[in-house]
Design a protein around this ligand. Structure first.
Ligand SMILES: Nc1ncnc2c1ncn2[C@@H]1O[C@H](COP(=O)(O)OP(=O)(O)OP(=O)(O)O)[C@@H](O)[C@H]1O
Ligand SMILES: [Mg+2]
Length: 334
């Protein structure tokens, strides 16, 4: 599939009173049309900051995108999101790129009805008339599984349950027919049965509308049912990226091995969640000169303490940032 989004060497820092937080340190990845890319990694690994950087939502100050490119493709044309003005980015957000965050209540305006909030986006991005926007909004509410959409149009956010609010957020995200939807832990605040319904809803919408999805999560069970490829982040860097089955069958980064609990077997992946790995993630206030995972890694050798591994091809459609070759059980020579 053609590439729709290409991020190269993204570096984002926060200049705080405590010092410089090295939140994202040269992240590169691509997203293909219609695919689902899951992003996993411990808390603080830079998943949200990466997405916020692409969407132009980094608070500045204290945040600053130091370098990088984030190309959004439209056929053969491409535009760098990191070079766009605020006005252009507002057009993109909710237009070509929809997004859904963890907490729907803080993302919705409490004094506007649900219907008005969705319709507003349609008027602004697609130039629909008020009546057209209203009709389309009711269709959208129906599409995301909200019962009695005509009556619900006039309700305020507080009149919806958590799961229903998240459906509203999804309706807003897909309203303008985006090519990409970024979902940042969209089910974390919901209970397990509702989580499963929201995942189902995403799968159905993707089938019907064909958009690409970036899905950030801690839940590896969700990933296995949802993603085409998985990107593993650690310390503001990409540790590994691979097609989902390959990653579960044969993780190539010791951190991924740790995340999966042990060298995993494919048949038991359904019940697997991220397990905690001994030791703490790197202190992002200190710029690193060696592998960020070295002090937690049982395979670390001299080189891992001397330089930072960069992301290198490791098999078909796979990349890994590690000097140790887990498959062969010895250091890589490159
Ligand atoms: N506004 C900010 N000011 C200072 N530091 C920030 C700010 N926003 C994020 N950071 C820091 O950037 C780093 C990466 O944070 P980020 O939110 O991307 O992590 P994450 O991978 O999304 O974690 P989680 O799984 O908890 O959501 C963290 O160390 C965080 O404290
Ligand atoms: Mg986050």
């Amino acid at each position: 599939m053609p590439t729709i989004l290409e991020v190269n060497n993204l570096v984002t820092r926060f200049y705080t009173l405590d010092g410089v937080v090295h939140a994202v340190n040269g992240v590169s990845f691509h997203l293909e049309e219609g695919e689902t890319l899951a992003i996993v990694g411990e808390s603080g690994s830079g998943k949200s900051v990466t997405m916020m950087s692409i969407l132009g939502l980094i608070p500045s100050p204290p945040g600053k995108i130091e370098s990088g490119e984030a190309y959004l493709y439209d056929g053969y044309e491409r535009r760098d999101l990191l070079k766009m003005s605020d006005a252009e980015l507002r057009e993109i957000r909710g237009g070509q790129i929809g997004f859904v965050f963890q907490d729907p209540i803080s993302s919705l305006n409490p004094v506007l009805t649900i219907g008005e909030q969705i319709a507003e986006s349609l008027v602004r991005h697609l130039g629909l008339s008020r009546e057209e926007a209203r009709d389309r909004t009711i269709e959208l509410l129906d599409l995301v599984g909200i019962p009695d959409p005509k009556a619900r149009y006039r309700n305020y956010p507080h009149q919806f349950s958590g799961g229903m609010r998240q459906r509203v957020m999804i309706a807003i995200a897909i309203a303008c027919g985006p090519k990409i939807v970024i979902a940042d832990e969209p089910t974390t605040a919901l209970d397990v049965t509702i989580q499963a319904q929201i995942v189902e809803l995403f799968l159905r919408l993707q089938k019907e509308l064909g958009m690409a999805i970036i899905w950030i999560t801690h839940d590896l069970a969700v990933v296995s049912g949802l993603a085409d490829r998985v990107l593993v982040m650690y310390g503001g860097r990409v540790a590994e990226v691979a097609p989902v089955d390959d990653l579960y069958e044969q993780p190539r980064h010791p951190y991924t091995v740790g995340l999966l609990g042990a060298l995993p077997r494919l048949d038991s992946r359904e019940s697997r969640r991220l397990v905690s790995i001994q030791g703490a993630p790197p202190d992002l206030l200190i710029p690193l000169k060696h592998c960020p995972f070295a002090w937690r890694c049982e395979y670390a050798f001299d080189r891992c303490w001397e330089e930072i591994p960069t992301l290198q091809p490791a098999g078909l459609n796979r990349k890994v940032a590690c000097f140790y070759d887990l498959e062969r059980g010895k250091p890589r020579h490159d």
